[in-house]
Design a protein around this ligand. Structure first.
Ligand code: AMP
Ligand code: TRP
Length: 330
């Protein structure tokens, strides 16, 4: 059986990187797989946060899922804290995970930065909770952006460690699905930095809820270089290459096809075309998000129904885990 699981943190606005690297893939996969998509609120508290913002962001990310085209009838959409499997299995898996494996995680090093002594135990254990998210549903495929590759490898290692330790063939090893042209979308201000929620410049990213004028303005202001033509060269023309990548992903074509199409064009003309394409594709998503945000009752209903369905899948698996691990249910 094939089952898809993926998650996005409710830590701020969804941006074009989330959309092209993850959400578009989520939407495509709902046609062919049983899909479970999670707003990972338990991961969002691994860094300092504000409770009111967490609640608002959880609704906003849910609205972003729906506005991008996820169908709550066909897939399970819920927030992680509402299914008790996640922290339960997370704890159990943390007892099987050697510290040496966690010490290699680059995301922890980036997020903790120089303040390693102040970083929380939760931030350190973040990838173990992520493994629980995935394998606790017996998920086989996990669509993510490039930056999650290392966490997915760890999830496979943890699933394998459980199977070996208890002599069972219980958890399938989940496959990362890192496909498409835009698995790593870069900042619009600096082509060597990943587009991210945490960049202090709002001009570095397109937010999924930006209106049409804002989208157009941000693309117009996007940094480029002085070369006149449209050529892909990630090393020497990082900003221009990122815009080509974004165009290809938005148009569902390849970078090569974009470069061929604009072979005789000036870069400024290409940028105009990209701006139009982005407004056409992303404008309606932002508008639908706004409409959904005005109807929190509907959004909460989707999450409530999703949580029930998530629990119905995960809790029987969790029961089996506890049986295998030797917990007495008297
Ligand atoms: P996060 O916002 O960190 O919870 O990420 C949610 C999903 O979006 C993950 O699958 C990430 O790999 C993906 N993602 C985040 N930033 C980018 C980016 N700049 N380019 C491509 N994918 C991204
Ligand atoms: N760590 C992922 C990120 O920052 C989010 C995430 C949490 C996730 N649990 C997951 C992604 C399970 C895929 C599957 O992007």
């Amino acid at each position: 059986m094939n089952r898809v699981f993926s998650g996005i943190q409710p830590t701020g606005s969804l941006h074009l990187g989330n959309y092209l690297g993850a959400l578009k893939r989520f939407v495509e996969m709902q046609d062919d797989y049983e899909c479970i998509y999670c707003i990972v609120d338990l991961h969002a508290i691994t860094m300092p946060y504000d409770p009111a913002e967490l609640r608002a962001n959880t609704r906003e990310v849910t609205a972003g899922f729906l506005a991008s085209g996820l169908d709550p009838e066909r897939c399970v959409i819920f927030n992680q804290s509402q299914c008790p499997m996640h922290p339960r299995l997370g704890w159990m898996l943390s007892c099987l995970t050697p510290l040496g494996w966690l010490n290699r995680m680059t995301q922890f090093k980036e997020k903790a930065g120089k303040k390693r002594e102040q970083a929380s135990l939760g931030l350190y254990g973040y990838p173990v909770l992520q493994a629980a998210d995935i394998i606790g549903y017996h998920a086989t495929h996990v669509p993510v952006g490039e930056d999650q590759k290392q966490h997915l490898e760890l999830s496979r290692d943890i699933a394998g460690a459980f199977n070996r330790q208890f002599g069972v063939d219980f958890f399938p090893l989940p496959e990362p699905v890192i496909t498409g042209e835009a698995t790593r979308v870069m900042s619009l201000r600096d082509g060597t930095k990943k587009m991210s929620k945490s960049d202090e410049s709002d001009y570095s990213r397109i937010n999924l809820n930006d209106d049409r004028d804002t989208i157009a303005l941000k693309f117009r202001k996007a940094r480029t270089d002085s070369e006149p033509g449209v050529t892909y060269d990630a090393e020497n023309r990082p900003e221009a290459s990122n815009l080509i990548t974004i165009y290809a992903a938005l148009a569902d074509t390849s970078r090569q096809a974009v470069v061929d199409d604009y072979a005789s064009a000036q870069f400024s003309d290409f940028k105009k075309a990209l701006t139009e394409l982005a407004v056409e594709k992303l404008g309606p998503v932002g508008e639908e998000m706004k409409r959904l945000m005005a109807d929190p009752g509907y959004v909460d209903g989707v999450l409530k129904d999703g949580a029930e369905r998530a629990r119905a899948i995960a809790m029987p698996i969790q029961d089996e885990v506890e049986e295998i691990m030797g917990f007495l249910k008297a």
